[in-house]
Design a protein around this ligand. Structure first.
Ligand SMILES: Cc1ncc(COP(=O)(O)O)c(C=O)c1O
Length: 382
């Protein structure tokens, strides 16, 4: 039979407790409740960190954007797809993050592929990636023509050693996530920026889990330092869809001219771009959303039994390390029976023997939800 590996690999995935399957979410209004197969659960696996999905003003802006510009861009940006909605959103983002230029992409995954492939033009480019970088950064880097090195997670010493171990190459890019997706820890942004500067390297941060949540106006990593290139998805805290990349004028011009992912793809929906402007203005003003995440996160950590191995963070993401895939799955199943939706994260998403429950605490949760979650986790683990 052709492509025999298909059945074989799926069978092996099942045997290893790594099997994944789609479950249709039949929730009608997104929030902290989620409905699967007619049963309602308290959702602790959502990336809607600020609780902005289905916000009435953002929905209204989406409708307004659709009426003004249409739902579809109907072309790639360089043909006729670049609308006023896109331009206005890019300008808002530049002001928000204090950056010269911004470019929109259909997803964070694509933006990462685009950036690494554009900068990895040949072997003169050297990329230094944190070991826990997202799959899309790794794919982008390794599919480029650059030389790729991985430094130990958040380990500035190791990064410095790698930078010093090579004769001086002209094009060096240090890359990390701002907040790491699977453990919620923050990158050492200031130190990375200093190392980049002293080694004439550029710093690239993927702020997918940082934007909106960190910084006095939710600016993410740029709140702490002036990051050369930042990417953030709009499908998490921002509550819309797509992604943006900020950079200087020269790189912007280069990407517009040479990035295949940008050039040969339909521009994002102008209606969504319009809605995203509204979302960003709410993010800048409504500080209570970030404060609530911090308060509820502190409460969660306080209520967990000492036997629960929690990674303590300043973000919305709180990982409880279980280790074994089978055990992580069975705890996740137990929690489902208690009405809690908490997906077990297993290899290859995380390293072998580090399967975990990835709890996300959002501004839409309240103290009662957190108390119930902690009580159920304590019962399941302790
Ligand atoms: C760190 C990180 N970067 C990039 C992405 C991809 O972004 P998008 O969902 O917009 O493709 C994700 C997750 O979805 C992510 O967690």
């Amino acid at each position: 039979m052709s492509f025999d590996f298909i059945r074989h690999d799926v069978k092996e995935q099942k045997a290893n407790y790594r099997y994944r399957q789609l479950v249709c979410n039949s929730t009608t209004s997104q929030g902290k409740e989620i409905v699967f197969n007619g049963k309602s659960y308290l959702n602790f696996s959502s990336n809607d960190y600020l609780g902005l999905n289905n916000h009435v003003e953002i929905n209204k802006a989406l409708q307004e954007g659709a009426d003004k510009f249409g739902v579809c861009a109907s072309s790639s940006s360089l043909v006729t797809g670049y609308h006023y909605a896109h331009q206005a959103l890019e300008e808002d983002i530049c002001q928000w993050l204090n950056k010269a230029k911004c470019l929109l992409f259909s997803s964070g995954f694509t933006a990462n592929l685009a950036l690494f492939q554009a900068l990895g033009k040949n072997e003169e480019s050297h990329f230094y990636l944190d070991k826990l970088s997202h799959a899309s950064m790794i794919d982008g880097a390794y599919h480029s023509k650059a030389k790729v090195k991985r430094f130990n997670h958040n380990n500035i010493e190791h990064l410095t050693k790698l930078l010093n171990s090579k004769t001086n190459f002209p094009n060096k890019l240090i890359a990390s996530e701002g907040i790491f997706s699977m453990d919620g820890c923050q990158a050492k942004v200031l130190e990375l920026a200093q190392v980049a500067k002293s080694n004439q390297a550029w710093l690239y941060l993927d702020d997918a889990h940082c934007i909106g949540v960190i910084g006095n106006e939710g600016q993410g990593s740029n709140y702490f330092a002036d990051i050369d290139i930042t990417m953030a998805t709009m499908g998490k805290a921002i509550g819309t869809s797509g992604a943006f990349l900020t950079c200087d004028e020269d790189l912007h011009e280069y990407l517009v001219n040479f990035s295949r992912h940008y050039i040969y793809s339909t521009a994002i929906s102008p209606a969504i771009a319009w809605a995203t402007r509204k979302s960003i203005s709410i993010i800048q003003k409504e500080h209570w959303r970030r404060d609530k995440i911090s308060e509820l996160s502190a409460l969660f950590s306080e209520l967990l039994s000492s036997e629960v191995e929690l990674v303590v963070t300043q973000s919305s993401i709180h990982a409880i390390i279980i280790g074994d895939e089978k055990k992580a799955l069975s705890i996740s199943e137990y929690l489902k029976k208690q009405g809690i939706w908490l997906t077990a994260i297993r290899p290859p998403t995380v390293a072998i023997n580090s399967s975990r429950l990835r709890v996300t605490i959002c501004a839409s949760h309240n103290a009662k939800d957190i108390k119930y979650l902690a009580e159920c986790i304590n019962k399941a683990i302790a």
